[in-house]
Design a protein around this ligand. Structure first.
Ligand code: GRF
Length: 199
């Protein structure tokens, strides 16, 4: 199976996928940020990279047209959002329906959006985590594939908590992709179907 990974920055989730022994070809890594550190990591792994700089386009639709072209050139079976920081329109999401996944650093549906670790600490919740989900039209929602939970410890700050969650992200993202590419899990009528059973 062919993957295209979209990033905007550090690329540690992308790297976890590249380092995994998944039965996939990562056809390309595409960033909307020209200086994304993850681009260098991808190149070091011999992966083709491309930049579609959102600021160079007059509007979101024009950016997404260019992005879709850059993706479709590689004919991916799965498009993996890994710290990709642009909101995608319904049109874009529909184009890749069932082939578009994202990782979010919270136990969705709790704490969608940005700065999840800070907001978790402010809220005083004791369990936090991360979620891999199919992308649908509503931001940070969409059928959940896998989650991992971590404790929020009394002396946590944002950085410590983020690191604890990130370690789990690096574990569950390759796991989710494995289930999908092995055909054990797919999106059917807006629900995740696991080996014949709806969950
Ligand atoms: C991760 O925490 C991911 O869940 C969130 O953005 C961060 C990206 O980190 N969407 P990296 O670029 O994968 O290192």
């Amino acid at each position: 199976k062919r993957l295209v990974i979209l990033i905007s920055g550090r690329g540690s989730n992308m790297e976890a996928i590249l380092r995994s022994d998944l039965p996939v070809v990562v056809a390309a890594v595409i960033s909307n940020e020209p200086d994304a550190r993850g681009l260098e990591i991808a190149r070091a792994h011999g992966i083709a990279t491309a930049v579609v700089p959102h600021r160079s386009y007059p509007d979101r639709e024009a950016f997404e047209r260019a992005l879709a072209e850059a993706i479709d050139r590689h004919a991916p079976d799965l498009v993996v959002l890994a710290g990709f920081m642009r909101v995608l329109t319904a049109g874009f999401v529909q184009r890749y329906r069932g082939r578009l996944v994202n990782i979010h650093p919270s136990l969705l549906p709790a704490f969608p959006g940005l700065h999840t670790h800070r907001r978790v600490l402010e809220a005083g919740v004791r369990i936090h985590g991360c979620t891999v989900h199919y992308v649908t039209e509503s931001l940070d929602h969409g059928p959940i594939i896998i989650q991992a939970a971590v404790p929020v410890l009394p002396d946590d700050d944002e950085e410590r908590l983020a690191a604890r969650v990130l370690a789990q992200e690096h574990r569950i993202y390759p796991q989710a992709i494995r289930w999908i590419v092995e055909g054990r899990l797919r999106l059917v009528e807006g629900r995740v179907e696991v080996a014949g059973a709806k969950v």
